[in-house]
Design a binder for this molecule. Structure first.
Ligand SMILES: Cc1ncc(COP(=O)(O)O)c(C=O)c1O
Length: 468
């Protein structure tokens, strides 16, 4: 590296040498083990005194940047990353939270991603979205808008959920949110105080359970059977139940009509609210959807949550909640306090995207693609059951993953580790369960793996299962 000295630099020569070498280490220009020129040589090059260079090296040694080498001379002894993290040390201690759900790590480069949940990035309707965003920018962006979201967007959302799910609400009952996660958060903020009990499904969707725990709610994990959440096991003092009836996350169970009625009756009996997370019902592959709880509800107890994380992209952070009328003001007030509103550009683009029919068009296209993938994985599971490598589990009709049940003596972890060694990342029930008597199984996602990839990877997974 070159060192430059500026005669007018008031730091002095030693300090200037020190700063330049330190910056080179911190920026990665000099790496751990790189030798520095002998002090005499550097002094000669700079036309300065050896004593000055030695003083600068001494400071760098004291700061932990340089160290003497066994055979003589001086070398870099810390990586830039080490140094930066040391500089960022602080005495502050945050309140501990378990924030990131323990999800399977991504596959190695070139591997196969069979983790559940995310749509195929290659299917995002980039051209239409770009055109809608450009059109939204024809006018100057608005200033702070309504915390509930832009009225024009709420209008088309009300129309869209009416058409697609039979959820009939006025536009002013809709709050636009940053995904389903924020929608759920806002509803519980409006309904509960720290310490209040809330029921979640077990197995269930970890980010929501962890959110409830992080904000001090008393989370009650209620088992799920072949008909959905076991209503008889919801404690009577629970005031909010969070549930995923269309496609239970992660087991895939569709809540039966009888169970839907039982849950609504529970809510009526105990004056409770229900958060219905309808996160992926747009992808219904093999049967007809049942009526949402919201549609069956006669007492206005259901907050219906939707998201564009599955249909478009989770990175848009766009979702919504259709609220019972008495919650609208409270939820808007929390919304204002948290973050005012989601990005205006995202909202205006989504408005145009739906209004111009692009969402319907996009869904028609991707449904065909995901249905093919769903069928490949469904067949894989059926063959696994026939061969005795898997146990019969709940029918999975919807969404972007299928849940499979493993024989009790087969370890999820062992299968996952072996799959990883063979370049496949896969999720399991372990990540989604609270109670020890949990199901043992894998969640095979097909959102991020195309049909050709599945056809190549699943035989490999079958061999791993058969050997187990
Ligand atoms: C049950 C459930 N709800 C919601 C979501 C999406 O959440 P968000 O809209 O916050 O991205 C997911 C995504 O995996 C999910 O599994």
């Amino acid at each position: 590296m070159e060192i430059y000295l500026d005669p007018s630099d008031r730091r002095g020569v030693a300090r200037s040498i020190y700063d330049q070498i330190r910056e080179a280490i911190e920026s990665g220009v000099l790496a751990e083990g790189d030798p520095l020129p002998p002090s005499r040589e550097l002094a000669g090059e700079l036309g300065g005194s050896r004593h000055t260079v030695t003083a600068a090296y001494g400071l760098l040694v004291a700061g932990g940047y340089l160290a003497g080498r066994a055979g003589g001379g001086t070398a870099v002894c810390r990586t830039a990353a080490d140094r930066r993290s040391a500089d960022r040390r602080s005495v502050l201690r945050p309140v501990e939270i378990e924030s990131a759900p323990p999800t399977a790590s991504p596959p190695p480069p070139g591997g196969v991603d069979l983790r559940g949940g995310q749509p195929d990035r290659a299917l995002f309707p980039t051209d239409e979205w770009r055109r809608c965003a450009a059109a939204a920018l024809h006018r100057p962006l608005p200033g702070y808008g309504e915390p509930a979201g832009f009225a024009s967007l709420r209008d088309v959302l009300a129309g869209w959920i009416g058409r697609s799910r039979g959820v009939i609400v006025d536009a002013d009952q809709i709050i636009v949110t940053s995904g389903a996660q924020e929608a759920v958060h806002l509803v519980v903020r409006a309904m509960l105080r720290p310490g209040d009990p809330i029921a979640v499904e077990d197995p269930g969707y970890p980010p929501v359970r962890l959110l409830f725990e992080a904000i001090g709610l008393r989370v009650v994990a209620v088992p799920v059977d072949g008909e959905g959440i076991v209503v008889d096991q919801i404690p009577a003092d629970v005031k909010v139940v969070y549930t995923t009836p269309s496609h239970q996350s992660p087991s895939g169970v569709t809540m039966s009509l009888a169970r839907r009625r039982a849950l609504l009756a529970f809510a009526d009996r105990h004056d409770a609210a229900i958060i219905e997370d309808d996160y992926d019902s747009e992808f219904r592959h093999t049967d007809r959807p049942l009526e949402p709880l919201h549609r069956l509800d006669r007492s206005g107890r259901v907050a219906y949550v939707g998201t564009f994380s599955k249909t478009l992209s989770p990175s848009l952070r766009l979702g919504f909640v259709a609220l019972p009328e008495p919650l609208v003001d409270a939820v808007s007030a929390w919304r204002q306090l948290f973050s005012v509103q989601p990005s205006a550009l995202g909202q205006l683009t989504l408005h145009r995207f739906i209004e111009r029919g692009h969402l319907d068009q996009h869904l028609r296209r991707v449904r065909r693609i995901y249905r093919t993938r769903h069928e490949i994985v469904r067949q894989f599971v059926a063959d696994g059951v026939d061969a005795g490598a898997l146990l019969p589990g709940p029918e999975n009709h919807a969404g972007l993953h299928l849940a499979t049940v493993l024989p009790t003596d087969v370890s999820e972890d062992a299968i996952r580790d072996e799959a990883r060694r063979r370049g496949m990342a896969i999720s399991s029930f372990a990540e989604c369960c609270v109670r020890p008597d949990r199901p043992n199984g894998l969640l095979i996602g097909f959102g991020m793996a195309g049909a050709d990839v599945l056809e190549r990877a699943l035989p490999d997974l079958r061999r791993i299962l058969e050997r187990a």
